[in-house]
Design a protein around this ligand. Structure first.
Ligand SMILES: [Zn+2]
Length: 196
């Protein structure tokens, strides 16, 4: 039996000369009886149970993505570095890697966001090819949002004010990070689409 991390298929099998080649998703491994009923008797009830279980486990594992430690990068030490330039914020806010979007963007990608919970970073950046300074500058940008709240000027809400932009550019890696993003945006979009 082959155990898979396959996200789409719950179960698949192939008849081989010497028996059966079975692929089973980890999410349903603990239910051999239902697996046998599906394979041997094509039992629709067993199939429905396995599928429901699989979807539930998948949703669970998606939720657990919400942590600063990713596969390639840990956001906390990078945020601590970024905080050197934002003295108004004494301690790191809650940090987390976001979920992959249900529908991949075509041209633009929002790499970071600041919300009521804290700072969220797009999972496409949790990759070995992404340098630390890109994440640090991104976190710096989001921290500045916490330090410099939006202002209303002439009835318009200004999020990235002149002061904000000035502070953003003052980060020593700002220019290098902008250049990296520009050079890699199509790669990032491609990787995001590949997840969909
Ligand atoms: Zn912003």
């Amino acid at each position: 039996m082959v155990r898979t991390n396959n996200r789409i298929r719950v179960l698949s099998w192939k008849k081989q000369p010497l028996g059966l080649e079975l692929r089973v998703s980890k999410t349903v491994m603990a239910h051999p009886q239902d697996i046998a009923s599906v394979v041997l008797k094509n039992d629709p009830k067993a199939w429905a149970r396995l599928k429901a279980l699989h979807m539930g486990k998948r949703a669970e594992s998606r939720r657990s993505v919400h942590a600063p430690v990713g596969q390639a990068h840990d956001l906390l030490p990078l945020c601590i570095l970024a905080l050197r330039f934002v003295p108004e914020i004494p301690t790191p806010p809650p940090l987390r890697w976001g979920n992959w979007p249900a529908r991949a963007p075509r041209r633009r990608i929002q790499l970071g966001a600041c919300d009521g919970v804290g700072i969220r970073v797009h999972p496409v950046l949790d990759h070995d090819s992404v340098p630390d300074f890109v994440l640090e500058v991104l976190l710096h940008h989001e921290l500045l949002h916490l330090a410099i709240p939006p202002k209303v000027v002439g009835g318009r809400r200004v999020i990235h004010s002149r002061v904000f932009r000035h502070r953003e550019r003052a980060h020593p890696d700002y220019a290098r990070s902008q250049a990296w993003e520009k050079a890699h945006i199509s790669k990032l979009l491609q990787r995001t689409r590949a997840q969909g």
